[in-house]
Design a protein around this ligand. Structure first.
Ligand code: SAM
Ligand code: SF4
Ligand code: SF4
Length: 344
């Protein structure tokens, strides 16, 4: 433990690393990569600016040696990054200072999961979260805005379960007035299947999604709506820093989670750092500036000791707690990084 990077200014240790492996996506979810902004001419990152797998693994190795226990691959759509299984396999070799394997998870839109679930599991992936905002085929197609068929995502979820990427989690971003009618169908559909549905409050990430508080359906209301038909009771958090509050069905048929990023901020236990596709380290989802690790990685005069020192310095200076301050700050729209760039 003594090798851990120092806790940040609010006493929070560094435990989780989220790595965005691509800024590209085959969906155009209206709240994340709206077509009007992410169109044909959008300047996605050129290849030379994207971290190679070797560079990603180097950052992860140093981070794991200094306290990180969980790595989550995200994007953009991480399954679009060619050879992603090779990256998973390399990350699966990492061990914490105590010799424990690292928990490797991935967040995906599920579009390629039916084909890739087995090879990802074989490569060493532990778990997968699939984003799915509606079980209504038309509404789903409208929300991903590329007419992607719902049935293929559902097949992907089954494939993940069959491959043993358990427990599979399904993340639904709830927008009041857009898909809140899907809350109950979603709970009904996955109840008793082993899949854990997590309902996420629509967040004011980025500057392009036209967020408004009117579209946030508080998690308390989500739980109340479910409880009225499918009774639930509070369950204990499974670990410190868990983003979701757990609720279990009273009849024993599994659990759901709610992620109250807006109405009940959880900055106090936030142990996450995020590495962007081009190698910037962000200490908060709502940061506007990242710390450039790529320059360090590509400088032949710098070694892993320098990287560890940089990581330690960045983390020690961290005082972020945006969600806790949201209402008092008012909306700071300019300069905000996009979710598709940094991942969820
Ligand atoms: N493409 C992958 C996917 O959709 O799962 C990984 C990247 S995506 C940016 C990660 C997660 O962020 C998804 O679950 C998505 O629904 C969520 N997300 C994006 N914009 C959001 C917002 N404004 N509020 C809440 N969640 C958001
Ligand atoms: Fe793509 Fe995921 Fe963003 Fe949807 S939420 S546009 S699938 S990155
Ligand atoms: Fe962590 Fe920033 Fe989100 Fe707070 S607002 S939980 S510090 S990422």
């Amino acid at each position: 433990m003594s090798d851990d990077v120092p806790a940040d200014r609010l006493g929070r240790p560094l435990r989780d690393l989220r790595i965005s492996v691509t800024d590209r996506c085959n969906f155009r979810c209206v709240y994340c990569m709206p077509k009007e902004v992410f169109g044909r001419d959008y300047p996605f990152l050129p290849k030379a600016e994207i971290l190679t797998f070797e560079e990603i693994v180097r950052v992860a190795r140093v981070a794991v040696a200094h306290g990180v226990e969980k790595v989550r691959l995200t994007g953009g759509e991480p399954l679009l990054r060619r050879g992603i299984e090779d990256l998973v396999a390399a990350l699966a070799q990492l061990r914490t200072a105590e010799g424990r394997p690292v928990d490797i998870a991935l967040t995906t839109n599920g579009s390629a999961l039916a084909v890739m679930a087995r090879s990802l599991k074989d490569a060493g992936l532990s778990r997968v979260s699939v984003s799915l905002d509606s079980l209504d085929p038309d509404r789903f197609a409208a929300m991903n805005d590329v007419d992607f068929p719902l049935a293929r995502v559902l097949r992907g979820i089954e494939a993940a379960q069959d491959a043993g990427l358990a427990p599979v989690k399904v993340n639904m971003v709830v927008k009041r007035g857009t898909n809140d009618a899907d809350i109950l169908p979603m709970a009904r559909h996955f109840k008793g299947t082993g899949v854990i549905v997590r309902f996420i409050e629509f967040m004011d990430v980025g500057a392009t999604n036209g967020w408004s508080m009117d579209e946030v359906l508080p998690s308390a209301e989500v739980v109340a709506r479910i409880d009225a038909e499918l009774p639930v009771e509070a369950a204990a958090a499974s670990h410190r820093g868990e983003t979701a509050t757990r609720w279990r069905y009273r009849d024993g048929a599994g659990e759901i989670g709610v992620i109250s990023s807006v109405t009940a901020a959880f900055c106090g236990t936030c142990t996450r750092a995020r590495l962007s596709t081009d190698g910037k380290l962000f200490t908060c989802l709502f940061a506007s500036e990242g710390h450039d690790l790529r320059a360090l990685l590509r400088d032949p005069a710098k070694d892993d000791g320098d990287l560890a020192a940089a990581l330690g310095g960045i983390w020690a200076a961290r005082g972020d707690r945006y969600s806790e301050l949201r209402s008092s700050l008012g909306r700071r729209r300019a300069g905000r990084i996009e979710m598709s760039y940094i991942g969820g």
